[in-house]
Design a protein around this ligand. Structure first.
Ligand SMILES: Cc1cc2nc3c(=O)[nH]c(=O)nc-3n(C[C@H](O)[C@H](O)[C@H](O)COP(=O)(O)OP(=O)(O)OC[C@H]3O[C@@H](n4cnc5c(N)ncnc54)[C@H](O)[C@@H]3O)c2cc1C
Length: 240
């Protein structure tokens, strides 16, 4: 890597990428910063930004030497068109025997219908305020009426109400849609860090003191079981 003049290697966070990055860091005795949300040149070196202390603060992190390795939090950056032309070089690795000891037996993908939460422009998210797993249908119907995707909090994912692939937050995905509608979600810091990049946040919660109202652009205080179906009905009527 050093022969080729490679100074920085960045990965998009996934289980496989974390595995490869940490192995590479050990092999190269290189520094690895993870959960990065941004990176910028500063006085001739690179400085990363990372969430810390349970996502309550953002800290700047650096590397003492090269190569620098970094893992980016999924969904942290929007793709941007670049003027500079890049080149792709094919690399043929020379694998040693111990690197071939593990064998991929099967790779499976969860069946998904509709847009994924990472790509969706509109997300309707459900939390414990739904009361029971069956009530996720309300969130799904509103998402369908808006042409959006469904997300969930960790509380409902842990309770088995919705799959982990839909979890937004510190231990889930980071999303930044144009519209994020939070239904029955308190707005805990660990959820906020995953969706605070949304352009417009609408919160429906029966508790006027719920923390989500501190950062929502539009707040509706009331029972979601009455409000969400009505909203879906109005949207469907407007469409037809
Ligand atoms: C290390 C760590 C990592 C974590 N990672 C994540 C993460 O990635 N994502 C995440 O989401 N959480 C995460 N959490 C959990 C987080 O702290 C919260 O517990 C969780 O986000 C709460 O989920 P909730 O808002 O669905 O439930 P609650 O906090 O129970 O909130 C439910 C809300 O629904 C409202 N409500 C109830 N009934 C109604 C009704 N009929 N109509 C309208 N509103 C109603 C209530 O007023 C309440 O505000 C993490 C926690 C830890 C410690």
């Amino acid at each position: 890597m050093s022969e080729q003049g490679i100074e920085t290697v960045l990965f998009a966070q996934s289980i496989l990428a974390a595995d490869v990055a940490s192995g590479l860091a050990a092999r190269l005795e290189a520094g690895l910063n993870w959960q990065l949300t941004d990176i910028a040149a500063d006085a001739g070196t690179l400085v990363g930004r990372q969430s810390a202390l349970g996502d309550s603060v953002v800290v700047e992190v650096g590397w003492r030497s090269t190569p620098r390795l970094g893992l980016f939090r999924a969904g942290a950056l929007d793709p941007v068109e670049q003027q500079a032309a890049g080149t792709v070089e094919r690399f043929e690795p020379q694998l040693r025997e111990h690197s071939l000891a593990a064998e991929m037996v099967e790779q499976a993908h969860a069946e998904e219908s509709g847009p994924s939460i990472e790509d969706a422009d509109v997300i309707v998210a459900g939390g414990r305020g739904l009361g029971e797993p069956e009530k996720f249908a309300l969130v799904e119907e509103l998402a369908k009426a808006l042409g959006g995707a469904v997300a969930a909090t960790r509380a409902v994912v842990d309770a088995g109400w919705y799959p982990y692939s839909a979890q937004v937050g510190q231990t889930g995905k980071s999303v930044s849609p144009a519209l994020y509608v939070a239904c029955g979600i308190s707005g805990a810091i660990q959820h906020k860090v995953g969706m605070q990049g949304s352009k417009t946040i609408v919160a429906i919660n029966k508790d006027p003191n719920a923390p989500i109202f501190e950062f929502a652009d539009l707040g509706v205080v009331g029972d979601l079981h009455a409000i969400v179906p009505k909203l879906t009905e109005l949207l469907q009527a407007r469409k037809s």
